[in-house]
Each structure stands twice: as C-alpha cells, then as structure tokens.
Design a protein around this ligand. Structure first.
Ligand code: 5GP
Length: 202
C-alpha cells in the first residue's frame, strides 16, 4: 500500500525569549535564527533612539511617540509596554501575520510583561524561555559594560532588571546564562522538544 509521505501541516508557533535587559538573550536569539532557517524574528516597533549599527526595519521599526500612540489607538499591537519610563515597545499584529504567511515560526525578543501577555493570548502554541543571568551582580556588570547607557538610563534598567528577575516562574523553560555555548545548546534543545513533542501511545 502506498502512503503519501507525512508532511506536517504548518502550525502557527511562537518562541519567546525573555529576560531582564542585559542577561544575554539577544545573542541567543541571533544564533537561533542562524540555526533554524524556518524561524523569523518579530521586529518590534519602538520609540527609543536608534543605536549605532542598528537598522530600521531589521532591529526595530523606529517610530515617533505620536505614531506609536496612533497604532495603539488603531489596535495594531498584539502587545505593547512602556519598558522604560517614556519609552514604548510593541509587537505589531501585522508583523506576526506577515511571518506566519511565509510559514515561519516567529521568534520574539521581548520583555517579561510582553512575554506573559503573549502567553495569555496563545497558550500552548507559545513557548516562553527565560534567560536567567548567573547573578544579579553579573547582570549589573554586563549592563554597565555594554556602554550603551548614560547614568540615567542605566539606573532605570537596573531597577527594572531587579523586578524582572522575579518573573522566572511564569516561563515554560528557564535557562541559566553562565556559559553562552551551554545556554544556547540548552535553549535550542528545549525548542526542538517543544516543536516535536514525543508522542504518547496508549
Ligand atoms: P533594547 O532597548 O535594549 O533593544 O530593549 C529593551 C527591552 O525591551 C528588552 O528587554 C527587549 O526584549 C524589550 N522589547 C523589545 N521589543 C519589545 C516588544 O515589542 N514588546 C515588549 N513588551 N518588549 C520589547
């Protein structure tokens, strides 16, 4: 008897990598995107200033505060947060729909509240990975060493990081980012298990 090969139908999945700022999630996301060719990055909208080396439409959609508010009013966001005082970040519905239309699994680099919000909307189609810094001190040192902050924004980020560390329990998977290669490998394996669950036979 001839059977057609089993082709898994496309499923709209969301992989959310979250952590306090400076815990190293962005590097993990970049490496995951190189490994999983059917993954695509959800480019968020933000009102923050562009950093040197960033590209509009690739790292973020850089928008003015008024343009951001217009999108909020028009219901264009899946979720949005004032991640830092006066600085807005949000996931556009159109972005996620665009990537799903290309049959991509969408990967997010968003803050902890945004991750909890996405989880609430998408439940088991969504996998939340919390990247945990080895210690508070290491996190604070990394944030300082990054040199992207002035004293005011650094203070803001440290305060927020302290709050965010408490949200670990909401994640589907927690990975300690002590050694990058180990953290990356564990994250990759957790994603593979999520996307290909072992069938249970009765
Ligand atoms: P950064 O300014 O360093 O690029 O990002 C600051 C924080 O905002 C990071 O924790 C990042 O993950 C988060 N972030 C980026 N985009 C979004 C988004 O669309 N929604 C939410 N809730 N957080 C975001």
């Amino acid at each position: 008897m001839g059977h057609a090969p089993a082709v898994k139908p496309f499923e709209k999945k969301l992989i959310v990598i979250t952590s306090p700022s400076g815990a190293g999630k962005t590097s993990i996301v970049k490496k995951l995107l190189q490994h999983f060719r059917n993954f695509a990055f959800s480019v968020s909208a933000t009102t923050r200033d562009m950093r040197s080396g960033e590209v509009d439409g690739k790292d973020y959609y850089f928008v003015s505060p008024s343009a951001f508010q217009q999108k909020v009013a028009a219901g264009e966001f899946l979720e949005y947060e004032e991640v830092y005082e006066g600085v807005m970040y949000g996931t556009l519905k159109s972005e996620v729909e665009r990537l799903w239309a290309q049959r991509k699994t969408v990967i997010f680099d968003i803050d902890i509240k945004g991750a909890a919000n996405i989880k609430q909307q998408f439940g088991s189609d969504c996998f939340i990975i919390f990247v945990k810094p080895p210690s508070k001190d290491v996190l604070f040192e990394r944030l300082k060493a990054r040199n992207t902050e002035n004293p005011k924004t650094l203070k803001m980020r440290l305060k927020r990081a302290e709050e965010e560390l408490k949200f670990e329990s909401k994640a589907d998977y927690v990975v300690l980012n002590k050694d990058f290669d180990t953290a990356y490998m564990r994250t990759k394996n957790a994603i593979i298990r999520f996307l290909n669950p072992v069938p249970v036979y009765h």
